[in-house]
Design a protein around this ligand. Sequence first.
Ligand SMILES: Cc1ncc(COP(=O)(O)O)c(C=O)c1O
Length: 266
Amino acid sequence: MSTQKITEIIQKLTDHKNVVITERGDVAIASALCAVETGTVIIPEEGGWISYQKLPQKLGLNSITVKCDHAKIDLEDLKEKSKSTHAILYQNPGGYFAEQPMQEIYEICKKNDCIVIMDVSGGIGTDLCEGRYADIMVASFRTWKLVDADVGGFISSNIFDLSKVDTLTDETSLHKILTAFHKLQKRIIMLEKMREKVIADLIEYDIVHPNDLGFVVVVNFYNDEEKQTIIKYCTNNELEYTVCPRYIRVNEDAISIELKRIKTVV
Ligand SMILES: Cc1ncc(COP(=O)(O)O)c(C=O)c1O
């Protein structure tokens, strides 16, 4: 019962008809890479997920990085690199804070016969989760995601047959996912409001992509004093943060304020 309900929700949000609910996000990513079969996968040089750097090799594929501007994919570099590669695996929003030019990415890749795999762990339920611009979509529903269920993920496609992908069948887990989907819109609105407030509070600092949709706030710092002041702001406001450079955010000095770690209050 839950499987059918969740599948219908994901079909609506992705506009993809083939949907499989998986044990976790990495299972969905590995299954998507299996569809690539052979060759080289492009991954972003920053703003991706850790397993982008490991899973292609594990599955017998090669990977190369595409340049990014603060976690946004550089389209000129993509034009070159997609000529000789077979797929791209990227996150939208990059690093949970950088809206990707998804239509341009898709058009460039289609010209070059490159499969587009879009990770929407931080985009599901928003305009960034646009199935027209991805051959395959994947996401995690585990802790700190938009669908905050502690378990699960999905893979979807209109063109690939997903019938061989391992499905999550545990009813308790499926129930958690369904409950988390019911809270999704509320969670998105709550996190957007928090992001607006944090950006307003830190307006004098160099916030990366302040006008993008995002669920973390990344703030560059240029000396130790700035770094410590931003950290103090986080501590005073009980906001969790991580210090960059970090592949999953940006490869430069910055504090990432991890708003998405906040639970939705019902
Ligand atoms: C963007 C993104 N994709 C995929 C994953 C992997 O998901 P899981 O931990 O459910 O395997 C994560 C995990 O944090 C993630 O942040």
